[in-house]
Design a binder for this molecule. Structure first.
Ligand SMILES: [Zn+2]
Length: 149
């Protein structure tokens, strides 16, 4: 017979409970489980609950697959304009000076600071570098069919 835990073929297996699941295992693996005996199952609240417990565990594992498609993406912060303006003023730079450093016209800097112009990724990266600020934040996105947005 084969041990249901380690897969070894042995002369005889013992029936034990491992992780609330009854298994026929070899003597070595039996040490990891609780021996079954009349009363043991009842003490562990098993009997009728075994099937239900296994189904529950499968559902849990199934839902884990959904979360495995979860990933982190970098998104522009909502208050990027305020962050840019505050950092620029802290440096004592005019919008024109900052524009020169990030290779953008002064009016683009003004519009970015007012929040009406989203900087491109490249511009935002230059802003981060020149101003020593963070304009991106890691956002957890879940790529599933049920995704709300
Ligand atoms: Zn074994």
């Amino acid at each position: 017979v084969q041990c249901e835990m380690c897969g070894q073929t042995v002369a005889a297996t013992r029936r034990v409970i491992i992780d609330r699941t009854p298994l026929n295992v070899c003597n070595i693996c039996a040490k990891f489980g609780t021996p079954t005996s009349p009363g043991t199952a009842a003490r562990l609240g098993m009997t009728a609950n075994v099937a239900e417990g296994l189904a529950r565990r499968e559902r849990r594992m199934g839902s884990k697959d959904v979360y495995s498609s979860e990933r982190m993406t970098l998104e522009l912060v909502d208050d990027y304009g305020a962050r840019i303006q505050k950092a620029r003023e802290a440096k004592g730079w005019t919008r024109q000076e900052l524009g020169g450093r990030i290779k953008e016209p002064e009016n683009a800097v003004a519009r970015m600071e007012s929040g009406s112009l989203h900087p491109t990724d490249a511009v935002a990266q230059r802003l981060e570098k020149e101003l020593g600020i963070k304009l991106f934040e890691a956002v957890k996105t879940i790529a599933t069919a049920r995704k709300a947005r």
